[in-house]
Ligand binder design. Sequence first.
Ligand SMILES: Nc1ncnc2c1ncn2[C@@H]1O[C@H](COP(=O)(O)OP(=O)(O)OP(=O)(O)O)[C@@H](O)[C@H]1O
Length: 649
Amino acid sequence: MEDDLLLNFASEPPAKKQKVKVTGGKWKDRRKSQLASEGRGRNEKKEKLGVNQTKLGDRTKDVAPAEGEERPHKTAFPERRGEGGKNNTYVSSLFTANPEIQDRPIAEIDVLSPSNAPLDTSSFSGLGLNDRINAHLLGQRIENPTKIQQQVIPRLLAGNNDLFVQAQTGSGKTLAFALPIFQKLMEIPNIDRTSGLFALILAPTRELATQIYSVFESLSRCHHKIVAGNVIGGEKKKSEKARLRKGVNILVATPGRLVDHIEHTQKLDLSKIRYVVLDEGDRLMELGFEESITKILHSISSTAVPLQYPSLPAKRISILCSATIKSTVKKLGELSLEKAELVTTSEQITKVPDQLVQQVVVIPPKLRFVTLAGTLKNLIKDQTASRTIVFFSCSGSVDFHFIALTRKAASEDTSGTLFGSSIFKLHGSLSQQTRTSTLKQFADSPNNAILLCTDVASRGLDLPHINNVVEFDPPFALDDHLHRVGRTARAGSLGKSVLFLLPGDEENYLKIIEPLHPSGIQFKKYESVLKEAFEKPGEKGGSWDTQATTFHLDLERWLLEEPRAKEIAANGFISHIKAYATHLASERECFNVKKIHLGHLAKSFGLRETPKKLASGGERKKKEDGKSKMLRMAKMHLQAQTDEFNTFG
Ligand SMILES: Nc1ncnc2c1ncn2[C@@H]1O[C@H](COP(=O)(O)OP(=O)(O)OP(=O)(O)O)[C@@H](O)[C@H]1O
């Protein structure tokens, strides 16, 4: 019998256990004694694994229970008495007792031509950029400006107006402000690092700040005496101070860390700043940086001195960039801009790029893990150096799926392999050093690479050539969807995005995202995903479900053998549920935590225990009313989100 076609059931037909009532003492002790009396102590775990396995030829075929076992619910997969206490746990089948999924036509969609691509009709030199910068761009195969660059570059080169720049994700906003600012500094006679700090760029996350800094750093090849620096927190403040003391002309910073330096680094002189860029304005506000930004802007204004450089504007020019329009961005505009000109492109910025192919797979909760694995396998099939990003709702879920896919129970590992590809994890609870090196490894990987992450990677990050985005957990807001899928299909390139939804209420989310997708949405059946991924060559039409089941059960078995991994799974499950409870009230008709089948969802985390037991740690807790539970969860999630993006040192 082939090993991978086996399913394990109970080992020796268990002799019927005598139930012994245990009373007195602590609940844990009572439970231990109860289990021991039933012969279900810890040491039995191994015996239960992998012995007396039964071939599953047909997913719906009912297999006779071992002697001494009860036949469970008729439609369910044959169950095994597990390690449960009062409520026994079951090894349920992946493919039975799943909720129904609405039938939808599965048509191919016509992909439109790119909406954020460089335009053939215009050149950078035509916009007023000098030869050195042009040559530098050509060296990077950047030949024609995008629409937003066409509009912003001449305005910044010529003008004295503040700008409110709104454009689609991946439309080249960074170069739109970086190129003219750099050129203006190039025009300062004898500029060097001691001439002063002239441009400040504020970004919401350390990753984004690092990325913008590297754009300026690479531009310094056009004039090696212009020095860019960054202060982003998470790194040693001492070395940042030393950098500021030596002098920089362009500073890229996260707001929290910059305020810290304003207060404690005497050498930091903001008086010559003539350009302030607020990148990802909506995110800066969402992360609560309003107060820090106000302080920074006030410090700049209150120390400003007149300059004798004719190439620089007489007064400070502020540029606010955002891919989405929100009331919070408008508020940031009021705070930072003066008589600003709105610069936007004709295409609807609140839509995804036209060329993006959006797929949706509706998956019963039990099948989420195996369908994720199948999706990843299919996406990298026939590829050699593809890049895929998978978004999760919380760090706990990233940690679990990383260990589950790589089978590495040591949580400090951030890289591994899956289906011959490199796989990485990234979230805000990792140290800054780890985050930076993980992103670099992911970007530089010579083979196919997959990044499992939270929304820490959803904003502004320009990872090169991302082919696919998978939203394993739905976004918490529509803007998040735009930003997540916006990591692919950048600057006119093609890209695919896959959204996972649960059957039932979550299917309503389709109606919400449909207007954002000019090319339409392609519906995919999870069965076809699994079939493509798991069908053995030459065995068409039969083996895929068995293979998928085996793949999943291997995870369950592994968790039983690895207590640390099981702990990570339990934590991942609990964090996932908590994060789910914080979906916007306005989207409750799609994401209602009360309607989730917790048992089925726990199975997708490889867990056989009842979720109630997991969530409470087995202890009875005082009943909490619904409202205070929601508030508590929302608070926890907000805290987790801020931690996720913690830009402070
Ligand atoms: N004119 C161009 N031609 C070709 N590639 C370009 C051009 N301009 C920018 N790019 C590339 O396109 C990618 C996206 O640019 P950028 O990160 O500035 O987009 P963005 O508008 O800031 O997106 P987001 O809003 O998602 O942060 C980068 O890799 C950049 O090098």
